[in-house]
Design a protein around this ligand. Sequence first.
Ligand code: SF4
Length: 759
Amino acid sequence: MAGNKPKYRTYNHPAGGWGAAAATAKVLMEQSVVGKGSRALLSMNQPGGFKCPSCAFPDATCTKKLEFCENGAKALAHEATKFRVTRDFFAQHSVTALMDQSDYWLEMQGRLTEPMRYDAVTDHYVPVSWDDAFALIGRHLRALDDPNEAEFYTSGRTANETAFLYSIFVREFGTNNFPDCSNMCHEPTSRGLPHSIGVGKGTVILDDFEHAEAIFLIGHNAGTNAPRMMTPLVEARKRGVPIVAVNPMPERALIKFTEPQDIVQMATFGATEISSEFVHIAIGGDLAFLKGMMKALFEREDAGEAVLDQAFIAEHTAGYAALRDDIAGQNWDEIVAVSGIAEEQIRRCAEIYIRSNATIICYGMGITQHQEGSRLVQQIANLLLLKGNYGRPGAGISPIRGHSNVQGDRTVGIDEKPSAAYLDKVREVFGFEPPRTHGHHTVESIEAMQAGTAKVFIGLGGNFVRAVPDTDRAYAAMRKLKLTVGIATKLNRGHLVHGEDALILPVIARSERIATAKGEQFVTIEDSMSNVTASRGVLDPASEHLLTETEIVCRIAMATLPESRVDWARYIDDYDAIRDRIAAVYPALYEGFSERIKAPMGFHLDIAPRRRVWNTPNGKANFLILPGLHANAPVADLAMLRLATVRSHDQFNTTIYSYNDRYRGVYGDRMILFMNADDIADRGLAAGTKVGVETIGGDGIARRVEGLTIIDYPMSRGSVAGYYPELNPLLPLAFYDRISGCPAAKSIPVRIVASGGAE
Ligand code: SF4
């Protein structure tokens, strides 16, 4: 933080605990909402209350008085903040001047209060009426030669009702261009897993954690990115359930955690050991580790031990023999070399898996953000199939989603590759012929902007230009557009990197009440475990000029499609009517939606593999092969290190809450590089040295970030880490998983260069 001298010191306390309590109090004070914020927190994730706008971890089935974590409190405090970005603010600050400010500074300015339009003459945003704003958008969209010249982005904060209407509007307009924040996180789950088990979602529900006999956490940092997940993990450990954590970084919460709501632990400064086995994997070594696990299983099976569920395999799966051959073809030396894990430890993990009759495997971006992310997810599915870990309590696959409704948005139509059956249903329910040509995901939308074939960008939430790869090229692409629209609660850089014409449209936040002509309305959210719950705001909107995200979408549609066949005006006021349409388009999932949502804890959507039903083309769960041991194309450069871009503990996606990352011992700095001591020494460097980092790319484009302070951190050998969005300039646009389009942000090949340019 400007002016504070950065400090780096190892954090030896358990995660959670008094640190979490203190951080919660601190953020409420910083945003000057101690009273208002504390009252609102009592309604967060509670029946009748609002859903946390941060991550997508489900609510406990038996409600506790306090059902939020430190990071949920940060998200709420920043939404409920006293600070406001008014027309005077924009009069004082030109866009060019605002571009010089940090992402943190922009976030700290507070809530947007009224619609603003960019004035190129003065380089300032100026007030615009809602009517004029919608008319402007309508004009630009109707002026396009082809609807595919527009890109419609969705952030995972968007509620089901709005996302559904957005998907219908954009399709009636004539395109499937839906770049979506999930493209950058769990898209490999959505695109890879259906080939394995017939669904692109997790099969585990929260109750399963109470029945698990073993839990694997792969490439995920729950203590920061889904903190309430620590509760079922602590309870599992207290039951003696082994937990295997696989990560290139020994994240504090994977080692030790103090449950803030456990009075005894808090009073005695006690803690729970979380991982009974910490697997310090090399970046990109997960495939080799998973195949090593499977190899150990097959060897035990061949030795006459019945470790595999042959009955399940015979009845429910296909492709078993091919998997056996693939695994048989791998040798232990290479598995050890690529994974960075000793054979003994892999065998110990296999033993834990073998002894368990009910295993859950959770995973995050450490699995998905690789060039083979989709097929890596399929290897986790393979491992679980070998012991029939689907369709029984305590077992299954659990992708941990990072944004509150990112899964829900996909379920209700935010999908650039919609199925023919879904499009037929849209035609049947709404009476127009939707476009059949698949649209753009995030990377493709930027390529279209670069090529000049995209001319309009509408951002329903989010901070697109900061979240995507290849920052410099993304900025240049966005600035070529005719119109950019940012629908948001807070000012961010996405509003400053804009097209010829630009609008900022401020929206009512998740924690705020929605009052329409039909009375108070609520929205719905689908969490990581397919539980759909109602969310009712409890705070007054931050400004009288704000509109709901639903009204904004409806009025954009009305301004763009004067002949529309959809009753947009009705949906502005009546959210039950929207839910009835959702039920009409998705009867198998949402039949009786308006009734079922009245249940205090909502309802679970059907997850067919929980019934051992596989909605795959062959009706089976499929063992699928990813040849070899590498999840990314090998790079022949001895100086190469693999870079993972990560969040700090005081960050949610591109929102920066502070410059601290206490669990990793960093205070007041974000321009840092976590590096293994031996890798530092090998390069004749020292902790505290400022260096540059350069991408080893094959496209002839120089990508370099300067001024990074080396932090001596227990990374696995050959692996380094630093924060996004600051390091996104190092991630080439073309460096992504071909099946899903997900940028490979956890395995960027880089080399260290002296700061200021010398090799
Ligand atoms: S675990 Fe996630 S959803 Fe729950 S309160 Fe924390 S940030 Fe919010």
